[in-house]
Design a protein around this ligand. Structure first.
Ligand code: AHG
Ligand code: MN
Ligand code: MN
Length: 325
């Protein structure tokens, strides 16, 4: 079988759009490169002290930072700064956005969760990198501004993730379907392995931290009861890794739902709109699924701050509908 590399795929798609400038293609290639560097170092976790464990500080959101969170964050910033297509970034691990002084003419801003599920690194469970790309609003030639980042999800130009699992895969969309590329380690290239991914509209799998059950709303509690009820139908399977990327990836390919409702500890939900929910919602909608906060489409939420959190229900459309108003 003839392998199509990520770079070839991007080039073929760019040819379909004579108006395209190639800037977005360049950006996607640079994100791919950054993820290969993260992947290489992740695979040494356990052997190299500098990789495993806590960085012994907390981020602006009060969460413990792992050494690999910092490492992945720095790699992404370095690759995007070099890229020439990115005028600034916002990251889960940065207090605020970073405007690139030397890239005032670049067209795009990128928001990312450099390492999702990082508490799983120490036990070698899958983790990931999630990214979201917007075209800037501020004029080229100037430093990018907060306004460039605080755009609703429906305006994303591209979004995707890399899952570092039993193999490494990059999945992305530019609004024309979802495609997945598996890293072929012997040649160091992402190769098209999952073209045109679509999510079944129904499946009997749910993913959530059910330990928070007592603080769920009645609606979420009844949904859990429905999933567990094996009298009128076969009960659902509960599958929860604790890395959104890994739980989402399973649902994207096989169907199912990922939920992180509000809880007493996290009244606004735990997951971040800009770094986790928006990019995953764009992907899921492009694959025929849905994503809501229980009241409205995730992609319609107007953001007010970079590190904003939201409840999220995402996956097979029929399951998400059961939790939406
Ligand atoms: P991160 O590692 O980027 O902080 O994200 C962790 C998120 C998400 O990936 C995961 O699904 C969720 O937190 C798990 O939360 P609980 O441990 O509360 O279940
Ligand atoms: Mn995360
Ligand atoms: Mn993270």
């Amino acid at each position: 079988m003839r392998l199509i590399t990520l770079d070839e795929f991007i080039a073929i798609n760019q040819e379909k759009h004579p108006e395209a400038t190639g800037e977005l293609s360049g950006l996607l290639r640079d994100i791919g490169l950054a993820s290969k560097i993260v992947n290489r170092d992740l695979s040494k976790a356990g052997l190299v002290d500098a990789i495993l464990g806590d960085a012994e500080k907390t981020n602006v959101q009060g969460e413990e930072v792992k050494k690999l969170d910092e490492f992945a964050n720095n790699i992404l910033i370095k690759c995007l700064k070099n890229s020439g297509e990115c005028c600034g970034i916002a990251s889960e691990e940065e207090d605020s956005f970073v405007a690139f002084e030397n890239r005032k003419n670049a067209k795009y801003v990128v928001l990312f969760d450099p390492l999702d599920g990082s508490s799983n690194i120490d036990v070698i469970a899958p983790v990931g990198t999630i990214f979201s790309v917007f075209e800037r609003i501020s004029p080229k030639g100037e430093l990018c501004t907060l306004e460039d980042f605080l755009q609703p999800g429906y305006k994303q130009a591209a979004a995707g993730y890399v899952i570092y699992g039993s193999s490494t895969m990059l999945v992305y969309t530019t609004g024309e379907g979802v495609n997945g590329f598996t890293l072929e380690p012997s040649i160091g290239e992402y190769c098209l392995s999952h073209p045109n991914i679509t999510t079944p509209e129904m499946a009997k799998t749910y993913s959530m931290n059910q330990g928070n059950f007592n603080s769920f709303s009645d609606k979420v509690k009844s949904f859990v009861a429905y999933c567990q009820d094996g009298t009128t139908k076969k009960a659902f399977s509960l599958r929860y890794i604790g890395s959104m990327v890994a739980d989402f990836h399973r649902d994207l390919l096989k169907g199912g739902i990922y939920l992180y409702p509000s809880t007493s500890d996290a009244p606004k939900g735990k997951l971040r709109l800009m770094y986790e929910c928006n990019p995953m919602a764009f992907l899921q909608e492009q694959a025929n699924g849905k994503a809501t906060d229980g009241k409205q489409r995730i992609l319609d939420i107007i953001p007010t701050e970079l590190h904003q959190r939201t409840p999220v229900y995402i996956g097979s459309s029929k399951l998400v509908d059961m939790l939406s108003e």
